[in-house]
Design a protein around this ligand. Structure first.
Ligand code: EPZ
Length: 432
């Protein structure tokens, strides 16, 4: 059990590269199950979640070679696949649920442990289940598992999502590509990770139209083939660097960061006073964020893509906590994402929540304190808040951050600030 030790006062400067997106790669790894043979994924981040997904695929009978140095994953999928994803892995990573669609499509049956909620919300799966039922599957809850069967295969249908859920869109999509006939997913999610999944599925032989729009149309095919695919860059990690640069009045170039996937988030930084420009680094697109003075406070409303990403909520709250003026930040995607606020208040931030609104009154500086990460993004938000706090901040439960940010402390040090990792002396107490 480790924690981050952050010494405040530094200014981020330099170039940092983002790898492929956690929230795409996990689904691309699951999509490999749809075709017998070897699929190769490139620009795969070396994070806890990709290792857990690799283990999940191994337990389903795949041979998985994760070469962290080369940032590749080779997944050799057998003709006969297991169809049970056990609780031991699913409880550690709820994204494991994304094997539901591919296994149902390939095997006609699947049992996945039902992941519970987590620190950002209850996270029900009703839209995943309703969508698969619309495709003709029989879905039951048994002994803590979701058990879906479709012995005679799936049949295309028109499915309307009450909310453009990323996970439900992905599971339904990965089931529909091998179904008989046409499936239409209305009010589908439009995130770049969805577009990336569609791209890979089309490379495998799937017939999909409308990727990136609210209406996805899928023409089912008999079989798919393995492929090679390079993951879309991680827009949330890229956005984290952008906000960290602005908060520390720094100058950071985010190599391989796609500005077009962060339009609203970068526009808010420009409103806060940052100079944001698109650049190219050794032939790779990216963007640069330079902030000379104290940021101005910005109001934000989180929404599904192309709205302001909920995963960047801790970053904009941290920015506003040291900004000039006050701002209201509204969270519309997850009901419990403000748990982060109490930890930010421990650093001296003037923050008040009311339902899904948070009022932040900016302060000149925060003051270092021991705080704890409750989830991936909250952890990253607290580390960068520590950079603008007087003295030292420690952020406990660093493993949360490891799930989504490869080599976070090393990369921060490469940008000129003092962030290290150490054993968390308090960890045991908490686990007691
Ligand atoms: C994905 O979660 C991401 N996770 C999340 O990132 C991200 O915050 C989220 O999309 C929104 O962008 C991965 O890709 C692994 P949803 P997902 O289904 O698919 C409700 C991170 O830090 N809902 O779009 O679980 C749900 O409760 C993580 O990297 C239902 O009610 O998100 C939530 O309030 C955190 N019923 C909303 O929809 C359902 O059946 C959006 O959830 C499904 C979802």
């Amino acid at each position: 059990m480790e924690r981050f030790r952050v010494v405040g006062g530094g200014r981020l400067q330099g170039v940092v590269r983002v790898t492929g997106a956690k929230n795409s790669v996990l689904k691309l790894m699951a999509a490999a199950l749809l075709a017998e043979g070897e699929t190769v994924l490139a620009d795969v981040p070396d994070i806890l979640d990709t290792r857990i997904m690799a283990e999940l695929l191994r337990r389903l009978g795949c041979r998985v070679d994760h070469d962290a140095a080369a940032a590749t994953v080779r997944i050799d999928v057998p003709g006969e696949l297991g169809s049970e994803a056990d609780y031991d892995l699913v409880r550690r990573m709820r994204a494991s649920i994304c094997v539901l669609g591919p296994l149902l499509a390939r095997c006609g049956k699947v049992s996945v442990a039902r992941p519970g909620g987590d620190n950002i919300g209850s996270r029900p799966l009703d839209m995943h289940i309703a969508g698969l039922q619309k495709l003709g599957a029989d879905v039951e809850s048994e002994h803590g598992n979701i058990v879906a069967t479709a012995p005679s295969g799936l049949t295309g249908a028109t499915i309307w999502l009450d909310f453009p859920s990323v996970g439900a869109t992905e599971n339904i999509l990965m089931a529909a590509v091998l179904a008989r006939g046409t499936t239409v997913i209305d009010n589908a999610a439009r995130e770049p990770e969805i577009v990336d999944l569609c791209l890979m599925l089309e490379q495998m032989g799937a017939r999909i139209s409308g990727a990136g729009t609210s209406t996805l149309e899928v023409e089912g095919v008999e079989r798919l083939s393995p492929t090679h695919h390079v993951s879309v860059p991680d827009r949330i990690v890229a956005g984290t660097w952008a906000y960290a640069a602005a908060m520390t009045r720094g100058d950071v170039t985010v190599r391989n960061g796609r500005a077009e996937h962060l339009e609203i988030a970068l526009d808010k930084l420009a409103t806060a006073g940052a100079d944001v420009s698109r650049v190219e680094v050794d032939g790779e697109p990216g963007f640069r964020v330079v902030m000379d003075g104290r940021p101005r406070a910005v109001d934000v409303v989180t929404l599904p893509f192309p709205g302001f990403a909920t995963d960047l909520l801790p970053m904009v709250l941290a920015l506003n906590s040291v900004a000039e003026g006050a701002a209201i930040v509204t969270e519309n995607v997850f009901e419990a994402r403000f748990m982060f606020v109490d930890e930010l208040a421990r650093l001296g931030a003037d923050v008040r929540t009311d339902g899904h609104h948070c009022l932040v009154r900016g302060r000149e500086r925060l003051s270092g304190a021991p705080v704890r990460a409750h989830d991936i993004r909250a952890g990253a938000g607290l580390v960068i808040a520590g950079l603008v706090a007087d003295g030292t901040t420690t952020v406990g439960d660093a493993y949360h951050v490891d799930r989504g940010y490869p080599g976070f402390a090393e990369q921060l040090r490469s940008l000129g600030v003092e962030v290290t990792r150490e054993t968390d002396p308090d960890a045991d107490l908490l686990d007691g």
